[in-house]
Design a protein around this ligand. Sequence first.
Ligand code: NDP
Length: 602
Amino acid sequence: MPLPQCDRPPTPQEAADLRERYRAERERRVRPEGPGQYRSTDAEFGWFAADPYAGDVADRAPLHDVVDVAVVGGGFGGILAGARLREQGVATVRVVEQGGDFGGTWYWNRYPGIHCDIESHVYLPMLDETGYVPEWKYAPGEEIRRHAMRIAERSGLYEHALFSTAVTALTWDESAGQWIVATDRGDTFRATHVVTATGTLTEPKLPGIPGIEDFRGHTFHTSRWDYGYTGGGPDGGLVGLADKRVGVVGTGATGVQVVPMLAADAGHLYVFQRTPSSVDVRGQRRTTPGDVGADRPGWSAERRENFLRIVSGEQAERDLVADGWTASASLLEKLLPSFRRDGEPDFEAAYEAADHATMNRIRARVAAEVTDAATAAALQPWYRYACKRPTFSDTYLPAFNRDNVTLVDTADAHGIERMTERGVVVDGTEYALDCLVFATGFSVGVSGVTSGRLPVTGRGGVPLLHAWARGGPRTVHGFTSHGFPNLIRMGSLQNASSVNFTHVLDEQAVHAAALIAAALAEDAVLEPTPEAEDAWLDVCARDAPDHEAFHAECTPGYYNREGRGRPNGPTAYPHGAVAFHELLRDWRAKHLGKLLRSPGKP
Ligand code: NDP
């Protein structure tokens, strides 16, 4: 199909042709098993999920003491909860973390090329408080991990933290008014309050490819990179791959970052692609404190609020970040409930026209950067912008111009067909490999609490998932639930989200800390009434956006449960993160008043 010009909205005929092309590509790609096509890394494939970074884990005696607050998870959610609790003067905060240190996603993901594609000056939390100013527009993973550790250090969280430890059960002891926290290291300590911050990208997944266990070459998931085999580090220098035939499965945000690094060092690289990502301009560059206004107090909070407003579809006088996210902000409407314009006259037509123009530009970029015409055609994404997570790279597309890189498009075969002892089979052709890297992502949004892997038992011995089984999850503001006293969940359920998730987590942490500090000060139990839950569910349901039709027509992926659609209903606060944060601030001022210290004041 010829590309319509990208500097103007498509004509009606071009738009109709695009719709038809998108429909055909979706049909080609959809698989009847939906999310069932994946398998987890932890059952027969436990070694896929083992911690390659912790070294030898030292023995320690199990703990049976009492703390004020137990925080489950040492990623940014847990760190920020801990930091904000310490600011409120809470004495003993114990973070329990499966990894060998703080960092969460950034602890586990250390693959070559890892960066965050959200601007570092808005992504890294507590820059104002720590005085740290990143030097690059997009920070490398190691810098982000170090910053996570910096916040933990500054907040004194190392003192009570437990690493290489998984919480295995949370049980409310009514008579003592405490939670009993059990772990896989034999601990059964008690906590007056519990915060669960178990993350959204914690469970790596693998494709359920027949024969995957037969492969005799080396293999690992990108979130458990084996530098012992590849050599080098996150900045490259993978000398161990110089004479190797390397395959990578997956071309999502991780694949787009890792492919250029593998291409630079592998003897030969085969990129097994099922759906191409949209790859927009990255614009990585060094920045000075002056560039980002870091000489003024509060600069970082102001910048991240500006970013949040723009990606939430609001008008702002200035676009401080001015990158690919803010440029395409209007196209995120179908992804994040936000500033609602659906239903306005002509909204859908204007939205589609802008979408087509953006995707045409992205497809034209592929044609301009990739010299081989067949490879360029296979790398062009044919779906609407918000169907798949957008990616940004200036090195990914040129990697396919190298002689040692082969793109293997698997869309017609619905992905990799099977694996053998020697390699990967696509459409009847076997590709012999020494090493296969799975950049196949995570069970997004699934965490220990919602999957049942971490059983939570509340008042009267009622498990949380039983309490939610009939009518669905019930919360107030997404944080607290009736029957589960002194328990706060962090995450996006019945809460608000954004592409800059650390901002959302920080607002949640401030709120969680305020609730807990107030409850401790008044010796009160933190538990909503069923009526308060009903009222919050009503708020979430009343104006819930109807994006089902849009996502039902999208190419499959985790945004639409692999083509099965995106559930409507009260899964999120419907007016977006900006309004939600205001609502929380107002609520605190009204209900908690002078009991609390302002965030940021240790
Ligand atoms: P994704 O789930 O986004 O991508 C998985 C990839 O594996 C897709 O390309 C998928 O193809 C492919 N795949 C799955 N099964 C098969 C198969 N059987 N045959 C061939 N290909 C297959 O995982 P990522 O690790 O890329 O991203 C995970 C999360 O991490 C995302 O939420 C992402 O936003 C986030 N992330 C954020 C970054 C940042 O800078 N902020 C950087 C990296 C990741 P298909 O599309 O056809 O399903």
